[in-house]
Design a protein around this ligand. Structure first.
Ligand code: ZN
Length: 152
């Protein structure tokens, strides 16, 4: 189900099965974020004391130490702040070479995610990105990104 990761695997090679990916660690302080991903909502935690947005999520605002927070939903638009192209080691469930980017979300926080559907040589610092969802199974959905179409 869901989006299949495509891209630069060897011709004829079957895409990796994302169900083989390791499950992320979740705690009482982060489970709500993963729950929202399953509903295809990328949430950003917002301190209701000072208004600061933060990611990764956590119980306390690093700016004002407030424990009170709510969320805003990310648009899914962003750009590449930094990225790596991994060749080895090859973890189960991913296609290689694998592009992992630190994405500057337009809301101002950053998120680590994969960039799929392109040749890794096309990715640049500052490349515009659009988010899509990778549905792995009933328990796991994750945001991933593609290079945004550049107007001709
Ligand atoms: Zn705060």
């Amino acid at each position: 189900m869901g989006v299949t990761t495509t891209g630069t695997a060897s011709p004829g090679a079957a895409p990796a099965d994302p169900a083989l990916r390791a499950r992320p660690q979740q705690t009482r302080d982060t489970v709500w974020w993963f729950d929202a991903l399953r509903e295809h909502r990328l949430l950003i935690q917002r301190c209701t004391g000072c208004g600061r947005l933060r990611h990764p999520v956590g119980p306390m605002c690093p700016a004002c130490r407030s424990l009170d927070w709510d969320t805003v939903e990310a648009s899914g638009r962003g750009s590449v702040h930094a990225f790596v192209v991994s060749h080895h080691p090859q973890l189960p469930g991913f296609d290689y070479p694998l592009v992992t980017a630190l994405v500057d979300l337009e809301e101002g926080t950053r998120l680590l995610a994969n960039v799929v559907g392109c040749d890794p040589s096309e990715v640049r610092i500052g490349s515009a990105l659009r988010m899509e969802w990778l549905d792995i199974d009933a328990e796991r959905a994750f945001p991933q990104f593609r290079l945004a179409a550049v107007p001709a």
